[in-house]
Write a protein that binds this ligand. Sequence first.
Ligand code: ADP
Ligand code: AMP
Length: 214
Amino acid sequence: MKIIMLGAPGAGKGTQAKMIAAKYNIPHISTGDIFRANIKNGTELGKKAKTYMDAGQLVPDSLTVDLLMDRISKEDCAGGYVLDGFPRTIPQAECLEEALKSRNEAVDYAINVEVPDSNIVKRMGGRRACVTCGATYHIVHIPPKTEGICDKCGSELILRDDDKPETVEKRLKVYHDQTKPLIDFYSEKGVLKEVDGTQDMKAVFEDIVKILGA
Ligand code: ADP
Ligand code: AMP
């Protein structure tokens, strides 16, 4: 099963993708997480990606596409995967289509997690991410058991630099200009599924399971 998560930054793509990955036993692949791991490890890719991410812009396709193609060609992806944060532009989606076509494969579901912009800024301000394992929480909706500490690994939770309100506004603009056209792209391919992302995370997941099958 090859699944793509679509939606604005903060819509809950990562939250749902992790739940999908656990239930259907497929890898969760987040380009944002891959970039953040590279930043943490001080790699060349991380240094390049950081300048774009901090500015609320997309990392150029030239740095993103090969990275993703390489990841989905790994053995653990043979039975499918859930992509979170890729594709984010029409050229990225076209590259993915081409790569899959050459193997007689295609995206099975593009799940659009729909949340209005007005909710997004509030959600992002409350998001906290673990510095070590990348788990995400929300200070009001999905709080950790102990404030500021990751339930899973005990490390510190932080507000991501790009989740500060002024950067969130920029990321939303980038989303509308460059990523939202993917909704029509996948609708034309007949694989688009919409879910109401304003519900609580369990209700969103139940809707996704209805789409994917139990
Ligand atoms: P994305 O991957 O789309 O950027 P996340 O999954 O990281 O979004 O979610 C953004 C923030 O909203 C996080 O703090 C997360 O804990 C919280 N969140 C996710 N889903 C819901 C939901 N259904 N209701 C309320 N808050 C949510
Ligand atoms: P995310 O964790 O998905 O919210 O991504 C955080 C940031 O990483 C984005 O704002 C972009 O700067 C960058 N990024 C992640 N995925 C992509 C992608 N597919 N194309 C371009 N930039 C990306």
